[in-house]
Design a binder for this molecule. Structure first.
Ligand code: SF4
Ligand code: SF4
Length: 167
């Protein structure tokens, strides 16, 4: 059976920390919890998180290419936030055997913090995201998921460079 201790420890590392010391949601009206398109929006679940949300009121799950999307109604209890929401707008990318926190490219156009870079964020939050990545890398299933997310981000970076070069 899959060992989920890394997942729950990762969630706990970001239980109280947020991107800024102040409530960043006040600046943007909690843009990351609102649908940008009118369609329900989903956050990618890490392996093993599905069981927590199954039959939990206010959530539904949809399969997607990377695994499972959690769809919410734009409100949740803080302690119920999935790991993707806790990490946002960062992702712990994997570089060799190390972790490098980086702005999540999916956050462009949603989160006003993305254009300001890591320096604008609470250093304690950035450090916790690194720790989350390091903890996840100790579990093969989580490590493989994180490496796939990293590859996806790198592919988007490559595509956006290629498109930029053509303009
Ligand atoms: S969109 Fe960015 S700034 Fe707004 S609440 Fe989400 S993380 Fe904070
Ligand atoms: S699960 Fe909670 S934190 Fe995540 S998008 Fe939905 S309302 Fe926002």
């Amino acid at each position: 059976m899959e060992n989920l201790s890394a997942l729950w420890e990762a969630r706990a590392l970001l239980e109280d920390l947020t991107p800024l010391k102040s409530d960043c949601g006040r600046r943007c009206g909690q843009a990351c919890c609102r649908s940008q398109t009118g369609e329900p929006q989903g956050m990618l679940l890490f392996p093993g998180e599905e069981d927590f949300y199954r039959d939990r009121p206010g959530y539904r799950m949809l399969p997607c290419a990377q695994g499972t999307l959690l769809v919410c109604d734009g409100h949740c209890r803080r302690e119920e936030r999935p790991l993707s929401c806790r990490l946002f707008p960062l992702l712990p990318l994997v570089r060799g055997n190390a972790v490098a926190p980086a702005m999540d490219r999916r956050g462009r156009g949603v989160c006003p913090l993305v254009r300001h870079g890591l320096e604008a964020l609470d250093p304690a939050f950035v450090a916790a995201v690194t720790q989350v990545g390091e903890r996840l890398l100790t579990e093969p299933v989580q490590a493989s998921f994180l490496r796939a997310l990293t590859a996806e981000q790198d592919e988007w970076a490559r595509l956006s460079q290629a498109l930029g070069a053509k303009r």
